[in-house]
Structure formats: structure tokens, C-alpha cells
Ligand binder design. Sequence first.
Ligand SMILES: Cc1cc2nc3c(=O)[nH]c(=O)nc-3n(C[C@H](O)[C@H](O)[C@H](O)COP(=O)(O)OP(=O)(O)OC[C@H]3O[C@@H](n4cnc5c(N)ncnc54)[C@H](O)[C@@H]3O)c2cc1C
Length: 355
Amino acid sequence: MQARAQPTSILDRYQRVRIIGQGLTGSLLALHLREAGIPFIVQDTDLPGCATSVAPGIVNPLAGRNFRPPDYVDELLEQTREAMDLVERILGVGIWTDCPILRMFAEPTQQDRFQRSLADEGAAAFVSEQYPENTFPYLNDVFGSFLTIRGGWANLPLLMSRTREWLREEKLLVDEAWEPPENAPADAGPEAELMIFCEGWHVANNPWWSFIPHNPAKGEMILVRFDEELPRDRIFNQSCWIQPIEEDLWRVGATYSWSSFDSNASLEGATRLQENLQYLTGAHFHVIDQMAGVRPIVDDYQPVIGRHPEVPHWYILNAMGSKGVLQAPTAVRDLLDHLRSGSRIPRAWSADRFL
Ligand SMILES: Cc1cc2nc3c(=O)[nH]c(=O)nc-3n(C[C@H](O)[C@H](O)[C@H](O)COP(=O)(O)OP(=O)(O)OC[C@H]3O[C@@H](n4cnc5c(N)ncnc54)[C@H](O)[C@@H]3O)c2cc1C
């Protein structure tokens, strides 16, 4: 008799995957599982502070103070493109918009840092134009500006709502909160499921993942309409970003706060954003709405992927931080490769780094 082949994939041991949380991360994971023909179910309920349902989804390859692209930027961008294609193919809706980003320098020393990054740190591949001070009459560009290319934005609220509709139609959604048990369930039997926790910032309340140094940050945004016409073919960025969205609306954000974690709009948040906006453009605007969400972040600002140290059929896929659209697609791929072929999760993103 022929010996039974050893299962090559961790997934073969389980009846199906159960994804806890259907924000950007859980949605992308579900769509990839569908593409790969792997059985799954998603458990999600609308808890306060969800990031994906409000976030602008901007991908800026030169975000940050040093104008330096992140490590492996080409790979990250390629994975983002592939993930967006997959989402659009399965859901049949446009999610991604290519959009350059006009970054204004906030002070003269930023010019020097920018020039260093252009010369030695890889920024040149992402810059199409540099502008001297006071080029744009409607902007406060007193220290000059430059145009970042190869970025854009993903319509995350649409991605999330359409994925939810699709899951409902396919009867793959359990709309209730997952409650952490006191004792870990057994990793055996015909009903065993592989659990993947994509809980966003709520993972900070999950005692089973408390060994990870969670550090979530709330962010607020306002939706505005300008009295004057501003060019809608770019995102403006400095102390805040100003993003053209549907019709004549613009989204402006975002604040950072480490003291409360909910979806509540605050007067303080609205005031700060309006002040920033007034500083960047003289154009008159009206605030139409305000929204807030919580970024899932850990102390070292890197994603967290990996197996639970005591419960072998529990995995985490979290902490996409402020760069969900750039990081989540590669993180999903890394986890799926690991589950399918046992490949190593890169140390910088592995949950093991906290053990
Ligand atoms: C203000 C703001 C601005 C941002 N700007 C950008 C940007 O410009 N570009 C960018 O790329 N990223 C940005 N981000 C970050 C990005 O939005 C996040 O990294 C990403 O959306 C996180 O997705 P997630 O699925 O991990 O978490 P979430 O979107 O928070 O989703 C988690 C889901 O899990 C559910 N859930 C949690 N626990 C349970 C449970 N126990 N049972 C059932 N359901 C549960 C929640 O209700 C929620 O639906 C921003 C975030 C914020 C808040």
C-alpha cells in the first residue's frame, strides 16, 4: 500500500480558515483565499474605531520626514497593484486611483534632506518635478515643493463595504463579535479551524495577543468643499494632506492621538485640521463632515504576522499602521506563503520578534 503523503500545507490540516475582522486586512485575506480556492469564513462586527471604513488609503512612496522610500518599496508597490487588481476583478468595482502628490516643504532645512534623499537614498525614482518657492498662487509653498509619482489612493470604505456585500451574498459572513475564551480550544478534530486574527486596533483588547506591544493611534479627518476651484489631479501634502475625492469634495487629515480609541469626532480635532488647512491654502472652505478611526500600530511601527506561541492554530495579521494599503497586500502574501509552503515570515514583520 502506498504511504499517505505528508501534508505539505499547514492549511491541509484544517476544515477551513476563520478570519476574525473584515477591515482592509481581513478583506484582502478573504479575497486571496477565494482566489486560491481555500475554504474560509469571516467573522466581523462593526466595533468602534475601525480604520478601513474611514481611511483615505493614500500611498505615498516618499511619506515621512526624510523623504526616503521604505525598504523594499518596489515589491510593496507591486503587491499593492496586484491586490487592487484582484479586488477589482472579484468585486467588479474600481478601487484604485493613480494620483501624484504635491509635497510642500515646511521649512528650509527640509530642502537639504530632500536633496540628500534624491542623491543617495532612492527618492529620485519617485520625483517627477521640483518647484521653486511660491509657484502655486493658491498654496502656501514658500519653501518650494515637489511632485511625487507612483502613488495614489485606494477607496478603502468602498473596498470594505463591497467585500462585506460579497461575503453576505456568499453566506461567508458571521456578523457577531468573537469573544476570547478563557482556555484555548483544541487544535484537532474534523471541525478544527485555522483562525487568523485581523482585528485592527481591537487586538489590543485581546488577552491572547497581549505579549505584543500594541500602540494604536486615533486619527481624525474632515470633509470639505472649497469656494474656489483647486486642481483635482493631485493630492496636496505638508502638515496635513488634502485629497480630492468624489464630486467636488476633499478629505483633509489626519490627526494623531494616543489617548482615546473610538470613532468620535472631537472639537479639538476639527480645530487643528481647519488651522492646518488654512495655513496651507488661502482658499475658503466649508466643513461638511468629520470622521475618525484608529490605526493599528505596534511600538516599532512594522506589521505583525505569525503564529500564536501557545495555540498553534491561531495566527495574527495586524499592525498595518498608517500604511495599510502599501503594507497589507505584502503581509497577506507573506502569511499565505507561510501557510502554504512553510516559507519564513521576514523577521522584521514576524510576531516572533516580541517573544
Ligand atoms: C485617520 C486614519 C488615516 C489613515 N490614512 C491612511 C492612508 O492614507 N493610507 C494608508 O495606507 N493607510 C491609512 N490608514 C491606515 C489604514 O486605514 C489601516 O492600516 C488599515 O485600514 C487597517 O486595517 P485592518 O483591517 O487591520 O483594521 P480595521 O480597518 O480597523 O478593521 C478591523 C475590523 O475587525 C473588526 N473586529 C475587531 N475585533 C473583532 C472581534 N473580536 N470580533 C469581530 N470583529 C472584530 C472591527 O470591527 C473592524 O471591522 C489610516 C488610518 C486612519 C485611522
